[in-house]
Design a protein around this ligand. Structure first.
Ligand code: ADP
Length: 230
């Protein structure tokens, strides 16, 4: 069964032309999918629609058991709990330690302190940062900060991890480490959707490629290539 399903989705922002045009696609549980395409093509818009930061203009989107056209306001936080999101610029809280940054994602949904302590320790172990639990973000390298962001996105055990340019600020060696981590997470069953401009990553770590150009889905290939010059 599809975990994510878009049928004929069009998105127009109040001012401007369509950012997505008639996009139909589906992603199964456990897939690893790249979203590629030039700047302004509509990749971030697609991501915003998935966690219901924006409504569609036309068409339908389903994520897990939620039909995003019919979802009630009070259900939106529950939808978002099933989606972990990671950004290029990490978005960590600067005055919280690594442990606290990850724990915070569990505190806001009311998990019990004892469970938080155990789960955060386990997830920091998974991303290889147990020894940095007491550090603050500005004491970490870019790659380490991205690992914290990944830990935070995963700590509530989402079905899907969405990564928007996760290697955008990282040099090739560190990008490689982040990719290996994402693949390990994928092998453990989490579906991964990754928007990227990193051609090396896409061409060396082969996965399904969705290409968006000018709001339209123009390619959908198993083990695809990046396919652009930038
Ligand atoms: P990408 O992530 O591929 O760079 P975006 O989804 O950010 O592309 O943008 C797709 C198109 O939608 C662009 O033309 C962009 O200018 C426009 N756009 C994005 N966000 C907004 C917004 N909040 N209001 C109006 N237009 C927007």
């Amino acid at each position: 069964m599809a975990l994510i399903e878009l049928r004929r989705v069009t998105k127009k922002y109040p001012r401007g032309s369509a950012a997505l045009r008639d996009v139909t696609l589906s992603v199964k549980q456990g897939e690893f999918v790249y979203i590629v395409g030039p700047s302004g093509a509509g990749k971030s818009t697609l991501i915003r629609l998935l966690y219901r930061e924006e409504p569609v203009t036309r068409g339908s989107i389903k994520v897990g058991k939620f039909d995003l056209n019919k979802i009630k306001k009070r259900q939106i936080p529950i939808l978002r709990r099933s989606i972990g999101v990671v950004f290029q610029d990490y978005k960590l809280l600067p005055h919280k330690t690594v442990f606290e940054n990850v724990a915070f994602a569990m505190e806001v949904i009311g998990e019990k302190p004892r469970f938080i302590k155990k789960r955060v320790a386990d997830i920091l172990n998974l991303v290889g940062l147990k020894h940095k639990a007491r550090s603050f973000p500005n004491q970490l390298s870019g790659g380490e900060q991205q690992r914290v962001a990944i830990a935070r996105a995963l700590v509530n055990n989402p079905k899907v991890l969405i990564a928007d340019e996760p290697t955008g600020n990282l040099d090739p060696e560190i990008s490689e480490e982040i990719m290996k981590l994402l693949e390990r997470i994928n092998e453990q069953g989490t579906t991964i959707l990754m928007a990227t401009h990193n051609s090396t990553v896409v061409n060396t770590h082969k996965h399904r490629v969705l290409a968006i150009e000018d709001g339209k889905l123009v390619r959908d290939e198993e083990e695809g290539e990046y396919g652009y010059d930038d």
